[in-house]
Design a binder for this molecule. Structure first.
Ligand SMILES: N[C@@H](CCC(=O)N[C@@H](CS)C(=O)NCC(=O)O)C(=O)O
Length: 228
């Protein structure tokens, strides 16, 4: 049987979620890095794999799947992973699905907007940072972080229950994008701070390995754009 292939860019938050999950669970796979910055997602070869020109994508012995959430769920089912990642119990599983439904507009959107506005757009279009747009993204990101603090983490150690699930892996990778853009995730949010520490610890050393490219960007921001 051909090995699983993962097409990813380490600068992409959903790519990192899948990469991290594979590494943390020692699932064998072949790395196919697609560097978005270089336009490698727009080649004819990649468009045949994903006509939507997005990463991540997996090719599991000819079964091609896009969308990070679908990929994580597929890996849980096809690799018979420990139950805590995506519980079998109907209600516990529904909590994970509930979070994934919520995160698209509430977590993914503000975090991506923040990073895009501060990092990608100025470089791509050679323009200064749009401060008004950045402010809107920051307000929205703070609302989301407060909801993580006061709703999801109010009575439990992980986002969807008492043990780590694929929702935690996905969410922390998305949040790291905002962190790299210099957004303060934890001040006044002790539960979010503890949760980040807890999830990272569960996923080390792979967490730092998968985030090394992003950490370099975060350092650059801290030196050059700390005032924004
Ligand atoms: N909902 C998708 C989002 C995938 C996505 O937007 N990927 C971005 C990188 S973070 C991408 O490949 N963008 C390139 C493009 O849209 O051309 C998922 O979770 O997998």
């Amino acid at each position: 049987m051909a090995a699983l292939k993962l097409y990813f860019d380490p600068m992409s938050q959903p790519s990192r979620a899948v990469l991290l999950f594979l590494k943390a669970n020692s699932i064998p796979f072949i790395e196919k890095q697609i560097t978005l910055r270089k336009g490698e997602h727009l080649t004819e070869e990649f468009l045949r794999i994903n006509p939507f020109h997005k990463v991540p994508v997996i090719d599991d012995n000819g079964f091609i799947l896009t969308e990070s959430v679908a990929i994580l769920k597929y890996l849980c089912g096809s690799r018979h992973m420990p139950e805590h990642w995506y519980p079998v119990d109907v209600c516990r599983r529904a909590r994970v699905d509930e979070f994934f439904g919520w995160q698209h507009t509430n977590l993914w959107l503000p975090s991506s907007l923040l990073f895009r506005t501060k990092y990608i757009e100025p470089r791509l279009k050679n323009i200064p940072v749009d401060l008004e747009k950045l402010h809107r993204a920051k307000v929205s990101m703070d609302q989301t972080l407060d909801q993580l603090e006061n709703v999801f983490l109010r009575r439990q150690d992980y986002l969807c229950g008492d043990d780590i699930s694929i929702a935690d892996v996905h969410a922390i990778c998305v949040l790291m994008q905002a962190d790299a853009a210099g957004h303060d995730l934890i001040t006044g949010r002790p539960r979010v701070a503890d949760w980040i520490g807890r999830v990272k610890l569960r996923l080390q050393p792979h967490f730092d390995d998968v985030h090394s490219t992003l950490y370099a960007v975060r350092e650059k921001f801290a030196r050059t754009q700390a005032n924004l």
